[in-house]
Design a protein around this ligand. Structure first.
Ligand code: Z5A
Length: 231
């Protein structure tokens, strides 16, 4: 692919969304936009921001089914059904959004991708890791991130942050955030294992730091990678 694919990963309340927005803002004033644009095949936007689940129209419907407690009424979602819904969201996202933008040469910033499935459905829900891998191959058609920034945070602190946010009546605590603490600890183990297995692609960021300290670290890492990608 001509473009580059940067993913933010982590547990609940780790600060992915906050940092993704800060990175986007920094990129807009950093001078990199023009360099990326001049390396592109088309004239579409050089920086694209998206997320999983929910990066396409179909994905938005799937996201509602997956996260909104009220979407399925009293019926709890079976963990295999949940896995397949995340895979369906990803297949549509890769085919209809990520692939086309990367082919044009955009820098794509994505909130969550395949490592979330390994961590949440594999380590969290104890589904077979090989099965998840096979399903991901179908959904992604082999598309991997060029860089994954894993915001690693103590589980209790992350959940406290999301609970704090939950006090805002406009924002509801979703189905997964309401899951028990042992689940969140297992998925943190999952991210730890993934970072050990993929040291070139996946970088751990200590998310206990202040927002601005994390933002600065991420900008430094991106600056390095961008120099390699756009020499
Ligand atoms: N999921 C899955 O199971 N399998 C999959 O394959 C995929 C996803 C792709 C998506 O939910 C859910 O789907 C997710 C995994 C599952 N499970 N849950 N829940 P989502 O997209 O709605 O939510 P999320 O990805 O978990 O994001 P989040 O909980 O909103 O967290 P965040 O984006 O990492 O954090 P934030 O919104 O940037 O910050 C949270 C709060 O902390 C906020 O009030 C900030 O102001 C504050 N904050 C941020 N940084 C700091 C620092 N450094 N210090 C202090 N406070 C901070």
């Amino acid at each position: 692919m001509l473009g580059k694919f940067v993913v933010f990963e982590g547990g609940e309340g780790a600060g992915k969304t906050t940092q993704l927005i800060r990175l986007q803002e920094w990129l807009a004033v950093s001078g990199w936009l023009d360099r990326i644009q001049s390396a592109m095949a088309g004239d579409s936007s050089p920086i694209v921001v998206t997320r999983e689940p929910g990066g396409t129209l179909l994905g938005k419907g799937i996201r509602k089914l997956l996260l909104d407690v009220s979407a399925t009424g009293d019926e709890s979602i079976d963990k295999r059904a949940e896995l397949l819904l995340f895979a369906a969201d990803r297949a549509q996202h890769v085919a209809g959004f990520l692939g086309p933008h990367l082919q044009q040469g955009a820098l794509v910033l994505c909130d969550r991708y395949t490592d979330s499935t390994i961590a949440y459905q594999g380590y969290g829900r104890n589904l077979d890791l090989n099965l998840i891998h096979q399903l991901d191959q179908i959904a992604t058609q082999g598309l991997e991130s060029d860089l994954t920034l894993w915001l690693d945070l103590d589980v209790e602190i992350g959940l406290a942050r999301t609970r704090q946010r939950g006090q805002d009546p406009e924002i509801k605590v979703d189905r997964m955030e309401a899951t028990e603490i042992a689940f969140h600890q297992r998925l943190r183990q999952g991210f730890t294992a993934l970072a050990q297995q993929h040291p070139d692609r996946m970088i751990r960021i200590d998310a206990h730091q202040s927002e601005s300290a994390i933002a600065q670290q991420i900008q430094g890492l991106l600056e390095q990678r961008l120099r390699q990608w756009y020499p």
